[in-house]
Write a protein that binds this ligand. Structure first.
Ligand code: FES
Ligand code: FES
Length: 164
């Protein structure tokens, strides 16, 4: 089988990734980039645990052959976390008890990041829709939806403070 080299910008860094045919973005992130914050749940596009941003859009990385996204920009949970402290979305999830076992959390947070990048002031319905592809076995979802809205409020406040 012929391998190919795919150019990706991962969390702001340019990478050349050598991949076998059919390698998914999830495999490339976890296995060749060591970015295991992106979870492998079902590996079939059904649980959302593997959610990342591809060119700013929320995608399930387990479904995406990496050869088809040569030149793409990828954002994962590792890139969201600042060097010190937490991102406002992470703070909102933590303080709102929106994580229990944590297996779904990086996917939920990246789905939230995708939503807030396109809609900084989402309604509750928008939040529900944004995480509708993400399964959580633990929380019952209400705390997660509250955290999405809290994260939006925190990010709007941070933007206002910065502009002041
Ligand atoms: S691991 Fe990708 S959707 Fe479940
Ligand atoms: S916190 Fe356990 S699956 Fe969501």
């Amino acid at each position: 089988m012929k391998h190919s080299v795919v150019a990706l910008t991962v969390n702001g860094a340019e990478r050349q990734v050598l991949v076998a045919p059919g390698t998914t973005l999830l495999d490339a992130l976890r296995e060749s980039q060591g970015l295991t914050g992106t979870r492998r749940g079902c590996d079939q596009g059904a649980c959302g645990a593997c959610t990342v941003l591809v060119d700013g859009k929320t995608m399930m990385s387990c479904l995406l052959p990496v050869e088809t996204i040569d030149g793409a920009t990828i954002d994962t949970i590792e890139g969201l976390t600042p060097m010190e402290g937490l991102h406002p979305i992470q703070e909102a999830f933590l303080e709102g008890f929106a994580t229990q076992c944590g297996f779904c959390t990086s996917g939920m947070i990246m789905a939230t990041a995708g939503l807030l990048a396109r809609n900084p002031d989402p309604s509750r319905e928008d939040a529900v829709r944004a995480i509708s592809g993400n399964i959580c076995r633990c929380t019952g979802y209400e705390a997660i939806i509250d955290a999405v809205l809290d994260a939006a409020a925190r990010m709007r406040a941070a933007k206002r403070d910065k502009a002041a």
